[in-house]
Design a protein around this ligand. Structure first.
Ligand SMILES: [Zn+2]
Length: 226
């Protein structure tokens, strides 16, 4: 195996099998750039590819920080709806983008069958969009739209902070995803809302991003009118 990767043994909370999951040594990750929707680009190895753990024995998959904390009821739903027609296979070891997309789609499936919160679905969909972006695949937009729908639901229904994300950051993602899929009017509305928010003003980095992307959206609107 690639020497920047290592395996870790965990117990699958759905089938109780001892499984091996692959992780990236944090020292191995070198950031090259960050996109305006927080997608990080790395030199060589990309830790995003390993963020979803999959149990090859039962088909349960989740983001690594959520994998072990699935509740009893959700575990039962996974066993009934996923494991019952799962063919055993290994997800351990080095991944390419396609393997990672498959793992993230399994995680999305597990969230759907367990009726997880919109914020969890949004997080996985946004990462799927990033993986398609790394491949220059137009399916990126499909998952940006999916993520946007779920971030909107998160904003309306969940109590912040949601999994370390504060309300201003959620508004920013909604604005930026609208811009990326070409809903410039909506993007302007949300960017303006952030600029007017006293809470968001406390986050300097977010305000910087907001001003830049707001300006860019206005330029994009002007360009469509030319
Ligand atoms: Zn399992």
């Amino acid at each position: 195996m690639n020497d920047r990767l290592y395996n870790k043994t965990v117990i699958c909370p759905v089938c109780s099998e001892k499984i091996e999951v692959t992780r990236v040594k944090s020292r191995a990750c070198k950031v090259v750039s960050r996109d305006s929707d927080f997608c990080v680009h790395y030199q060589d190895i990309n830790p995003l590819l390993y963020e979803v753990w999959v149990c090859g024995n039962c088909g349960y998959a989740a983001l690594e920080d959520k994998f072990e904390s699935i509740g009893d009821k959700a575990a039962k739903q996974v066993a009934e709806n996923i494991s019952s027609h799962w063919k055993k296979r290994s997800f351990t070891g080095e991944r390419n983008i396609d393997n990672a997309i498959e793992a993230f789609k399994l995680a999305l499936y597990a969230l759907q069958v367990t009726k997880a919160r919109a914020s969890e679905i949004a997080k996985v969909c946004l990462r799927l969009a990033w993986l398609y972006r790394l491949k220059n695949d137009s399916r990126e937009e499909e998952f940006l739209k999916f993520a946007l729908e779920n971030y909107l639901e998160t904003f309306e229904k969940e109590k912040f902070p949601v999994d370390k994300m504060d309300e201003s950051t959620c508004m920013y993602i909604i604005a930026e995803l609208n811009r990326r899929i070409g809903n410039f009017g909506e993007a302007v509305k949300w960017f303006s809302r952030i600029i007017a928010s006293p809470e968001a003003r406390k986050n300097r980095m977010l305000m910087e991003y907001t001003r830049e992307q707001y300006q860019l959206t206005k330029e994009q609107i002007a360009a469509t009118k030319e």
